[in-house]
Design a protein around this ligand. Structure first.
Ligand code: GN1
Ligand code: MG
Length: 369
């Protein structure tokens, strides 16, 4: 990935309030949507790093709205951290570097939108979870993230992608793609289409509870993949939650469900050996404990009752999105091989099965925390 070289990034970097000379640029391969580069500068003799990111404006149609949300959220979180007296504030919350004109992002003459963050040093991310301690950190980090936004002042956040986690709409889009079969791919996904079709009955559960106001709308992260948590390289403690493009009005359970999807299986999202894909109960327990401790007193009875279910629903929903993209010619998620989206969908569906089998035990555990 990455079609930008040093000189092009240099041009972009000149637009921002960075007081250094660009030395090196490396593309960061994590993520299916935006293009991310880690840039090293010599700043008055010190080596400093920044993240330059090209926003995918096909996906995020309102980049100003995205940056407005991110600015409000990070300023609020920073103020909370400063008030709490904790150390290392700039490693605990992202810092947006403004452009030389004082804007939150830069639009190139060709129309590309770029933004810059301070690079957080001495942290690492993981593509899959290797221990209950890590799962606990994931739950705690996103739980604290939600809590930090519970007193966000001002108007409702912008919906950067409307209906992002609307599982009914995701299901209907899948059904239309399978019926239309424009790319003649349904024949290669018969089992997956059947699997998804058989689960239509679960897609309305949370939407209905929200419509009845049993489950509240909250400001949530909406992309709580484990690789969006940066953990201190030395202590292993979660420091900073990143990828804030989809921070918007949502449902606490969608965040928790996506954590279940990305922390309980030992495999990557595109694992080919499906026999390795399963939800590990000890990891679920650690995740759940971390999350419920961090959100203590915040969740309603109705939210708590659907904790285990949310893992199934979100894993199914993301699987539906991968399958829909496969059936629609791979236009949304970046793919690295021909059947990549189908393979990703298969992994999700295998995990759904495993979560279904353990649903009762998982909810029983959540009830006991
Ligand atoms: C996308 O690009 P990345 O990895 O941060 C997607 C998420 C999916 C995820 C699946 C804006 O996130 O919703 O869960 O891929 N983000 C968007 O890996 O669609
Ligand atoms: Mg993301």
């Amino acid at each position: 990935m990455g079609s930008y070289d040093l000189s092009q990034i240099n041009e972009v970097s000149l637009a921002f309030q960075i007081y250094g000379d660009l030395r090196q640029v490396e593309p960061c391969k994590i993520g299916h949507i935006n293009e991310t580069y880690i840039a090293t500068y010599n700043q008055g003799g010190s080596v400093v790093r920044y993240v330059h990111q090209k926003i995918n404006t096909e996906v995020f149609r309102d980049p100003a709205g995205v940056m407005d949300n991110i600015g409000r959220v990070t300023r609020h979180q920073r103020a909370r951290l400063e008030k709490s007296g904790v150390e290392d504030v700039t490693r605990r919350v992202l810092t947006v570097v403004p452009t030389r004109d004082g804007e939150s992002f830069h639009r190139t003459p060709a129309g590309a939108c770029w933004r810059t963050f301070v690079f957080v040093e001495n942290v690492r991310t993981y593509e899959s979870v290797t221990s209950p301690a890590l799962a606990h950190e994931a739950g705690r980090a996103f739980g604290e993230f939600q809590r930090s936004l519970s007193d966000l002042p001002g108007k409702r956040l912008v919906e950067t992608i409307p209906n992002f986690h609307n599982s009914r709409r995701r299901f209907d889009a899948f059904a239309a793609a399978a019926d239309g079969d424009k790319y003649n791919r349904a024949k290669s996904a018969v089992a997956e289409v059947k699997f998804a079709g058989a689960r239509e009955k679960i897609v309305d559960t949370i939407l209905k509870a929200m419509a009845k106001r049993q489950i509240p709308e909250r400001a949530t992260h909406n992309d709580t993949k484990f690789n969006n948590v940066m953990l201190d390289s030395t202590t292993g403690k979660a420091m900073c939650v990143v990828d804030l493009d989809t921070v918007m009005p949502g449902c606490a359970l969608y965040d928790f469900g996506d954590m279940v999807r990305t922390t309980t299986s030992p495999t990557l999202e595109d694992e080919l050996d499906l026999s390795k894909v399963h939800a590990r109960m000890p990891l679920f327990r650690a995740l759940c404990r971390g999350y419920l401790e961090a959100t203590e007193g915040m969740l309603t009875r109705h939210e708590r009752a659907l904790i285990a279910f949310s893992g199934q629903l979100l894993t199914l929903t993301i699987g539906l999105r991968f399958l829909t993209d496969y059936l629609s010619g791979d236009t949304y998620f970046r793919v690295h091989r021909p059947f990549h989206n189908l393979e990703r969908a298969r992994t999700q569906f295998r995990l759904v099965e495993s979560l279904e089998k353990q649903a009762e035990a998982m909810q029983k555990f959540a009830d006991s925390v």
